[in-house]
Design a protein around this ligand. Structure first.
Ligand code: C5P
Length: 292
């Protein structure tokens, strides 16, 4: 069984507060994009899950979210069959694009069919939330959705269901750990000099600008409260963002805890032109991508 496992961007990410369980309540707008890993599931003999991949950067053991997804279902439904998961990695690792979370969601949905489990969407989303905060979004199989709680509570944004955005995605050569960025947010939160930003406009305003195709205006409401935290930790990211700005890109925002930056581009033609312009730079990888 072959599955496409897509990446996400956060068009809006507001960190509200730290919770007693250590997580943070957030408000986010997810967008699924067509940058994807290819996952192949093969039944094997002998009750075990194995992970193989072309990437040296992902764990092949129980730390891998795809592995956790398979084992969760295996234990719950007492599956004795073995499984080999092949992950062809195309999504940059540790970039804020939720590649590992997406792989877990694909495995949950794939095994639901392969093992004939007939689990409902909400049941799958429940398993997804046990693996990671970003996993449920992908189980909901929608191009745009709001996330709240720690990001695991999902509501699909129906008003955007036929909207497609073009992006240039720029991924600096640096892997960022999400927990360390949230820890940094905690440290900076009460420090006035840190200038943690508040959103000027709410997520509903952003949604309405996207719906009305007003996203290229300067006050359309894109916002990521973690961006300043990640940039403070890795100041070189500021010069990358400035370079992108100087090249004329608009609406540039970090995704998740970074360090990937994306820009909204008005048309496919313009996106192709930008892609050619940016791909020669050595300090980052560049992708041409759109809503999926
Ligand atoms: O849920 P996930 O495994 O992706 O989260 C990884 C880590 O990121 C958590 O252990 C926590 O430190 C941090 N996190 C958080 N608040 C969130 C999501 C993640 O503090 N909403």
């Amino acid at each position: 069984m072959v599955l496409h496992s897509y990446a996400k961007l956060n068009l809006y990410l507001e960190v509200l507060n730290k919770r007693a369980d250590g997580y943070h309540n957030i408000k986010t707008l997810f967008e699924r994009i067509d940058l994807a890993d290819k996952i192949t599931l093969n039944p094997t003999a002998g009750g075990k899950t194995t992970i193989i991949s072309n990437s040296r950067l992902i764990p092949k053991d129980k730390k891998n979210f795809a592995y956790q997804a398979a084992e969760l279902l295996r234990k719950e439904y007492r599956i004795s069959e073995g499984l080999r998961i092949h992950i062809e990695k195309n999504i940059p690792v540790g970039a804020g694009l939720a590649g590992g979370s997406s792989n877990a969601a694909s495995v949950l949905m794939g095994l639901n069919k392969l093992w004939n489990l007939r689990l409902s969407r909400s049941k799958l989303a429940g398993f997804a939330a046990r693996i990671g905060s970003d996993v449920p979004f992908f189980v909901h199989d929608a191009p745009f959705a709001y996330g709240h709680g720690r990001g695991e509570k999902i509501s699909i944004v129906n008003s955007l269901k036929s909207r497609r955005l073009w992006h240039i995605l720029v991924v600096p050569n640096l892997a960022v750990s999400t927990p360390s960025i949230y820890r940094h947010w905690d440290l900076l939160k009460d420090n006035k000099k840190a200038r943690l930003t508040r959103p000027k406009l709410g997520v509903k305003i952003l949604t309405s600008s996207i719906r009305k195709r007003l996203v290229l205006s300067s006050n359309s409401g894109f916002y990521n409260g973690l961006e300043i935290v990640t940039i403070k930790k890795y100041p070189e990211l500021n010069s990358i963002k400035n370079q992108l700005r100087n090249l004329g890109l608009k609406a540039i925002l970090m995704s998740g805890s970074g360090p990937a930056f994306f820009s909204i581009i008005a048309s496919r033609k313009e996106a192709v032109r930008r892609f050619k312009q940016l791909k020669g730079f050595r300090s980052w990888r560049v992708f041409l991508t759109k809503t999926r």
